[in-house]
Design a binder for this molecule. Structure first.
Ligand code: FES
Length: 68
């Protein structure tokens, strides 16, 4: 896929029940307008909203809910 000069395509990988994995570095703007930056090579963004480190995944999505 052709890109404009100076603009690289970033790969975003969606996982089935977990985070979106995004090639960093990235700046993320949350729904309340807060801007957060990560310089990691791969950034895991929380899609379940259970992370204590939202918008980043802290693996809280792995906890199962009780069915009783
Ligand atoms: S996706 Fe991992 S904590 Fe939400």
């Amino acid at each position: 896929m052709p890109t404009e000069p100076g603009r690289d395509i970033r790969k975003v990988t969606l996982t089935r029940d977990g985070p979106a994995l995004i090639e960093g570095p990235v700046e993320i703007v949350t729904d309340d307008g807060r801007a957060v930056r990560s310089d990691r090579f791969i950034v895991a963004l929380c899609l379940c909203r259970r992370s204590n480190d939202y918008p980043f995944c802290d693996t809280s999505h792995r906890r199962r809910r009780r069915t009783e």
